[in-house]
Design a protein around this ligand. Structure first.
Ligand SMILES: [Zn+2]
Length: 367
């Protein structure tokens, strides 16, 4: 599955509403009544704005044509259509996204950003002492598979070989084999890291083989180890990926919990943290924000000035900076787009983790 280039999507803007963004839950097929209802609402809101209405109708017709064709029958779909910018992109989504149809001056990407970990890659190594498979996985899909085999002397057929000599020989083969697997793993990790999105490594296989192999992993690779699964070495790839996925997720959740604790600690100390929309917006805009933490599903009524790219909460008549007329938008979407633009890491957290009490958004600061 193709991972979205979020920074590029965040950077697409027109001066007027020109992009149709759709998030569709396909678990029960295409919900035509939702699509038609939202289309009617958007059409009504654009009454009297002939050019924008024409763009919307063109984009909507394109969406309808797409939905008439083959669409996946499970999970979700995100679609971005901008006829003028020649934009037409679709992404499969895991689970069931909240249904949305948005027409705005930029693609509406906040729900997609919230799912970004799902598109990132992780590595599953399945091995025993003679055979290893290295899977590169994203979004339950195996993107790449590497296999390492070593012929092992299983029986000492030559009468002259003592049991002890056989064991020494065998240990030597295993040692060489594990070293080779570790080299393959290092190469795979380096390739992933170049693209900057490795979630971790899961080791699978019979118990003793995993423990023995761990010692062959360089220290920096061991740091990436997020869990182990006991499986027979010949486990089908699909089974081991399904077993590994929740382990990767659980590890991420723990790391995110630590991030919230760090935010809370920094706030209590009056340290490197910001919270509440205005403070966080300032921190992101000035490049001081290292990580932006957003409450999942959180939005704030706000405005954006397409002339000077200023934005904020509330509904002013004029942009405070350039006095042009603003458009009304979700201020949190704007904050997320700005953060992506500034290279700030963006993480979404459930409301009950404490982020709601901090005003729905927080930031860990670099300085
Ligand atoms: Zn302005």
């Amino acid at each position: 599955m193709r991972a979205p280039d979020l920074r590029r999507l965040a950077d697409i803007h027109e001066l007027r509403p020109a992009f149709l963004s759709a998030y569709l839950d396909l678990s029960r097929g295409v919900d035509q009544s939702f699509v038609r209802k939202r289309s009617k609402e958007i059409g009504n809101a654009l009454a009297g704005r002939r050019e924008e209405l024409a763009v919307f109708e063109e984009a909507f017709a394109r969406l309808e044509r797409m939905l008439e064709d083959e669409v996946p029958s499970d999970g979700g779909l995100a679609v971005f259509i901008g006829p003028a910018a020649n934009l037409f992109e679709t992404y499969r989504l895991p689970g069931q996204p909240e249904m949305r149809l948005v027409f705005d001056s930029s693609p509406y990407i906040k729900p997609l950003v919230a799912l970004h970990h799902e598109f990132e890659e992780y590595i599953v190594v399945v091995l025993d002492r003679s055979h290893a498979r290295i899977f590169l996985v994203a979004h339950y899909e195996i993107l790449d598979e590497d296999e390492v085999c070593e012929e092992i002397v299983r029986h000492h057929r030559h009468g002259g070989m003592s049991q002890m000599r056989f064991q020494r020989l065998h240990a030597g083969y295993v040692d060489r084999f594990f070293k080779e697997v570790a080299e393959h793993l290092v190469r795979e990790v380096e390739r992933c890291k170049c693209q900057g999105r490795l979630r971790g490594i899961v080791l699978a296989g019979p118990k003793d083989a995993k423990t023995a192999f761990e010692k062959y992993m360089p220290a920096d690779l061991r740091k990436l180890l997020v869990g182990k699964v006991d499986e027979p070495a010949d486990v089908p790839a699909g089974t081991v990926v399904r077993a590994a996925h929740p382990i990767v997720r659980e590890h991420e959740r723990a790391a995110e919990g630590e991030m919230i604790e760090r935010l809370r600690g920094e706030i209590l100390r009056g340290g490197l943290a910001a919270y509440g929309f205005d403070q966080v917006r300032e921190a992101v805009a000035s490049g001081r924000a290292d990580v932006l933490i957003v409450q999942a599903g959180f939005s704030l009524p706000g405005w954006r000035c397409e002339h000077c790219r200023n934005f904020g909460t509330g509904s002013p008549q004029r942009c405070p900076a350039c006095r042009k007329e603003p458009v009304f938008v979700d201020a949190v979407e704007e904050l997320v787009e700005l953060a992506l633009d500034m290279g700030t890491q963006v993480e979404f957290q459930p409301a009950d983790c404490g982020i709601a009490e901090l005003g729905g958004v927080g930031a860990l600061l670099r300085y």
